[in-house]
Design a protein. Structure first.
Length: 319
């Protein structure tokens, strides 16, 4: 993930144009972690990026702390990322949310996900969350390290979205949308003159496969993990695969946005960033992408399109 660690990468654009996770999904995670039964709660966010998860979780946690029927009285948050640029953006966004809030403290930790155990005491964490980052790590080292710092019965929740699927573009019919999505995937992963060679591997391929490598390790490791629930959504296939009673709708990420905003989102991809470094502004990735898609359907910049992301989430409890 060297791209996101680059001082030239615009973390503010990442925060502004990337899809956001449903607020209800964070409530779903907290419910599965049974945080309202605890007096003290410590949450570690792996690969926190620009603070997306904690900025969503903090208002929810403040409401829980205000509810005197819950035993929870203090919360410690640890935001961890390899990129100091991302940590700086996270701190900028999180700090204003905690004005006059005395029961929540935040610590920022720069380092590799596989090595957080060097800085965090064993069996001290109640909930580890990891959004959109597990594809960058050595899965076995990461899981072993996380299990070491989790309390018995504590929760690991990781999730991600990969590629978008066009659901509605003007009056385009199903066959045209299928063709549009095929052209989309071909440009994103194709060879010469396309983005394929600009992705950092093997990370992108792991994400594209929706974490099958990590999921298999957790599901098979019944010595260390229990109560596993998992859901994979692929709108291009028209179905969801859920195990362990997972909620199929929990991480449904469908949104309607101007096509111009979608193209700005495309420019936040690591492959687009690397492409743009070696091409002129006239050949900016989003501009080329626009031209490629317009060969299938004429889409104005201000026209609204509806997309849904391919997503995966897994929640497991430490034994």
């Amino acid at each position: 993930m060297s791209t996101f660690s680059s001082s030239n990468y615009t973390s503010a654009d990442y925060a502004k144009y990337r899809p956001t996770y449903p607020e209800s999904f964070f409530h779903y995670i907290l419910k599965n972690a049974k945080v309202t039964s605890l007096q003290s709660l410590t949450i570690l966010d792996i690969g926190c990026g620009p603070g997306t998860c904690f900025t969503t979780l903090i208002p929810e946690l403040i409401n829980i702390l205000k509810d005197e029927t819950n035993p929870l009285r203090e919360v410690k948050l640890i935001a961890s990322d390899l990129s100091q640029t991302m940590l700086n953006e996270a701190e900028r966004k999180i700090t204003p949310l905690l004005d006059n809030v005395k029961k929540i403290e935040v610590k920022y930790l720069q380092g590799k996900a596989e090595e957080v155990g060097k800085h965090i005491a064993d069996h001290s964490i109640d909930l580890v969350i990891a959004a959109e980052c597990i594809h960058w790590v050595d899965a076995e080292r990461f899981l072993n390290g996380i299990h070491q710092i989790l309390r018995e019965g504590a929760t690991l929740a990781y999730w991600a979205y990969s590629d978008s699927v066009f659901i509605k573009v003007g009056d385009a019919n199903g066959k045209t949308l299928d063709n549009l999505n095929h052209v989309h995937d071909d440009f994103v992963y194709g060879g010469e003159g396309k983005l394929g060679r600009y992705w950092e591997q093997p990370g992108r391929e792991r994400l594209r496969k929706l974490y099958v490598n990590v999921n298999e390790i957790v599901e098979k490791d019944t010595e260390h993990w229990d109560g596993v629930i998992k859901c994979i959504r692929d709108p291009s296939q028209g179905n969801a695969q859920a195990i362990g009673g997972a909620d199929e709708e929990a991480l449904k990420m469908q949104m309607t946005l101007p096509f111009s905003a979608y193209l700005k989102y495309a420019d936040t991809w690591s492959a687009a960033f690397r492409w743009n470094e070696s091409h002129s502004e006239e050949q900016r990735a989003s501009r080329v992408f626009h031209d490629v898609l317009n060969k299938v359907v004429n889409i104005d910049y201000d026209e609204e399109v509806t997309i849904e992301m391919r997503t995966v989430y897994m929640i497991a409890h430490s034994k």
